[in-house]
Ligand binder design. Structure first.
Ligand code: NAG
Ligand code: NAG
Ligand code: NAG
Ligand code: NAG
Ligand code: NAG
Ligand code: NAG
Ligand code: NAG
Ligand code: NAG
Length: 673
């Protein structure tokens, strides 16, 4: 065979190798089983997310692609065109506490030994910051105001840096919306996945940086387009990676997917399959250890159910915080909820409460019926902080509670997905609708017991004391088996979060607010018992707690029941629609119990545990006549009276209207007991 033939063979053999040498590329769709180099506190979450830092203060995390990037073109000796694309998420509980940011880096080694955190982002320190011998190029995603030397101003910025923290240029984070020709801001640290592209053209020596929310395709106009010659900056051996750091303020920084290509556009990522940043718990307060333990416990329970008790023990021992990220409660896609409720169509509306509208929905994913509560808040802060608590609310599970299945945040709307309960609310069955259906005494007694069990669970049987703060008949929903289920627990917190921490709200509904609550603003299990007492009176009498009659003033149900009692005929207070078909002893007991529970003096009220004993007949209710007679009238406290004046024309809505008065208040979720 002649030489030319073997040359052809050689060419055929080496050609693909040469081509491959020129096209260096990689794509991580999540980081499961990846051989990415990590240091500092960077970890790979079980869901495949690369977590560079958690919310500990003053920590650093790095991650690098293991192989150096052949970034110099061997023939031109210039830096080759490259393109990188990644999806990230930054989770901080509130804007003011977030920090510090992360950077995409090109550097001579896969690490930054001696680097400092906080505003040095784990890349340099004060002695080598800006030194040309660093050979570092970085694109910085800042979340903290007031960078060093006044270079940065606003936070939520993206900047391009060489060899240190000084920006060549920076822009506040936004993206160009081609459809509307508008520029829209992107909140870098709101936990949502955000896409970023960094493109370098080796010929024109221009760096483009583009970002967009996860659902928006790459904008046609980059956020930053800037002349930067990388050839003098970078070294022959260069690694690509990320660095993130926290300071006295801290956020979790996640990279969810990452691709890179020389001489061409970086590969797209499979956005559907990428992991998401899990919701995180509040760890700032002193009870963070407790909370962590609580979380551990819940996740363990899940696993317990799967029959793996030993794992439970191990998890507790190691306090594996990352593991509760088992998506509890489930975070729904907005798209699915939108579809489920036919676009939040008027016809799907099943109720409007103090916190927002409730829509019936059928999940497209599994056809399950759900109730979707849409809470619009002007206070993004409020929503964000509340979102941190959803995690704990979502873990409350009881037969007599409306379980929170999951949630979703969309712009200023918080969507809460609950079990769908078909038979409507108790107030509508008792007196709101002129339906033929009259709840029998048996059904009523059963509902009362159920709600007591639900409240007892919130007060005493869960890991934390949860104060409902808005117990009322319209919050009691009746399921297919005519059981009562209590809804809206914990939502009262939403009001708190919108305000500053020194003044919070008294939240409740007229007719159900314990007198001491309006004075001190301090909600307690005892104020819940008060409201439960009013509910008992409602159920037995079939009347709303307060009716305003022109000329007569406010008719307070409890006053009237006391009157009947004092006249020696408490059964006059019983709902006439029952047609005298009821168990005499039970009805009397419920009316008396209602009065005792809604006693103006908190110390006179029983606990829910005692209430359960009375309801189950384990203990008989002591005779309270003496005590009750001294309650007298004047139960309508000043504030209630004032509101009644204002709303006097609207009888029906009085008991529905949420009252909110600025006063100091304790939180509804008390740690420990
Ligand atoms: C080097 O640059 C030349 C001219 O721009 C280009 O044709 C070639 O593909 C580049 N090689 C590599 C390995 O990037
Ligand atoms: C990564 O692993 C987790 C848990 O094993 C799994 O749920 C997830 O789907 C995986 N992600 C990818 C992209 O394979
Ligand atoms: C962050 O990670 C470090 C190291 O894994 C751990 O010691 C620390 O407790 C974590 N902090 C938080 C707030 O999770
Ligand atoms: C490489 O860079 C030098 C200086 O930066 C420039 O003069 C030259 O034209 C570049 N070569 C190519 C092929 O871009
Ligand atoms: C700063 O970083 C350099 C380079 O890694 C290192 O040699 C030096 O010791 C560090 N200086 C301080 C004060 O940490
Ligand atoms: C830059 O770093 C080199 C080597 O670490 C050092 O010799 C030099 O003095 C530094 N330059 C400045 C301006 O700090
Ligand atoms: C951007 O918008 C213009 C006009 O609305 C349209 O013609 C073009 O196709 C759009 N480009 C992309 C990438 O969506
Ligand atoms: C950078 O952006 C400019 C302006 O939109 C564009 O003309 C150029 O092609 C972009 N370069 C790269 C490498 O994407």
């Amino acid at each position: 065979m002649d030489n030319s033939y073997s040359l052809v063979i050689l060419a055929l053999i080496f050609c693909p190798i040469l081509v491959r040498a020129q096209s260096f590329d990689f794509a991580y769709n999540g980081f499961n089983n990846s051989n990415i180099i990590r240091d500092g506190i960077a970890i790979i979450n079980p869901n495949g997310a690369l977590k560079l830092t958690n919310r500990s203060q003053n920590v650093i995390g790095h991650a690098f692609h293991p192989n150096p990037v052949p970034i110099f073109n061997s023939s031109t000796k210039n830096v080759t065109s490259f393109s990188t694309y990644f999806v990230f998420a930054i989770v901080s509980l509130e804007k003011t506490s977030g920090g510090f940011g992360f950077a995409f880096t090109l550097s001579p080694s896969p690490g930054f030994p001696g680097a400092k955190g906080a505003h040095f982002l784990g890349v340099v320190n004060s002695s080598n910051d800006g030194n040309d011998t660093n050979h570092i190029f970085m694109v910085e995603f800042d979340t903290v105001d007031g960078h060093d030397e006044g270079v940065d101003t606003g936070g939520n910025q993206i900047g391009i840096n060489r060899n240190g923290m000084r920006h060549i240029t920076s822009e506040s984070a936004d993206y160009y919306n081609n459809a509307t020709s508008e520029t829209k801001p992107v909140d870098l640290q709101n936990r949502e996945s955000i896409q970023a592209w960094i493109d370098y053209d080796g010929m024109s020596k221009v760096v483009n940086v583009t970002i967009s929310p996860i659902k928006v395709p790459k904008p046609i106009i980059p956020l930053i387009s800037r002349d930067v010659d990388l050839s003098p900056v970078l070294k022959e051996t260069t690694y690509a990676g990320f660095s993130a750091a926290t300071g006295d303020k801290a956020s979790s920084h996640y990279i969810l997917g990452w691709s890179f290509r020389l001489n061409g556009a970086a590969d797209p990522l499979d956005l559907e399959k990428l992991p998401v940043a899990p919701p995180e718990v509040v760890t700032s307060s002193k009870n963070s250890h407790l909370k962590r333990a609580l979380i551990g416990t819940f996740c363990s329970v899940v696993i317990l159910l799967l029959g793996a008790f030993y794992i439970y023990r191990r998890m507790r021992q190691h306090e594996v915080l990352e593991d509760w990220e088992l998506d509890c409660p489930h975070r729904f896609r907005f798209r699915d909820l939108y579809k489920a409720t036919k676009g939040f169509k008027e016809s799907e509306l099943i109720g409007v409460g103090g916190f927002g509208a409730v829509y019936k929905g059928v999940l497209p994913t599994n056809g399950a019926e759900v109730a979707v509560k849409k809470i619009s808040s002007n206070s993004l802060q409020g929503i964000r902080e509340f979102a941190a608590e959803i995690e704990s609310l979502g873990r409350l599970r009881h037969k007599h509670l409306i379980n929170l299945q999951g949630w979703c945040k969309n712009k200023n709307d918080l969507l809460l997905v609950y079990d769908f309960v078909p038979n409507g609310s108790l107030d509508s069955l008792l007196y709101r609708q002129k339906r033929d259906i009259v709840l029998t005494w048996e059904q009523r007694f059963n509902i009362i017991k159920g709600i007591a069990a639900g409240l007892l669970y919130l007060h005493e049987e869960w890991e934390q004391v949860v104060i409902h703060r808005d117990v009322k008949s319209s919050n009691v929903l009746i399921d297919g088996e005519m059981n009562g289920r209590l809804g809206d627990f914990g939502l009262a917190r939403l009001y708190d979060h919108g305000k500053n921490s020194h003044t919070t709200n008294v939240v409740g509904t007229i007719g159900y607010i314990a007198p001491e609550l309006t004075r001190t603003g301090k909600a307690s299990t005892s104020t819940d018992v008060y409201a439960y007492g009013v509910l008992l009176l409602e159920v037995a009498s079939g009347r709303p707690p307060i009716v305003y009659e022109p000329g007569k003033g406010a008719l307070v149900l409890a006053d009237w029941v006391i009157e009947c009692l004092q006249l020696g005929n408490i059964l006059d207070a019983v709902d006439q629609r029952l047609n005298s078909v009821y168990v005499d002893k039970e009805v009397q007991m419920i009316l008396r119990l209602g009065l005792v529970c809604s006693h103006p003096r908190p110390e006179a009220r029983p606990t829910m545990r005692q209430v359960m004993k009375y309801l189950n007949g384990d203990e008989s209710l002591p005779v309270f006549e003496q005590q009750l007679s001294c309650i007298g009238s004047g139960r309508v406290d000043e504030i209630t009276a004032k509101f009644l004046e204002v709303f006097s024309t609207d009888t029906i809505n009085i008991s529905h209207r949420s009252l909110s008065v600025g006063q100091t208040s304790s939180s509804s979720l008390h740690s420990g007991r």
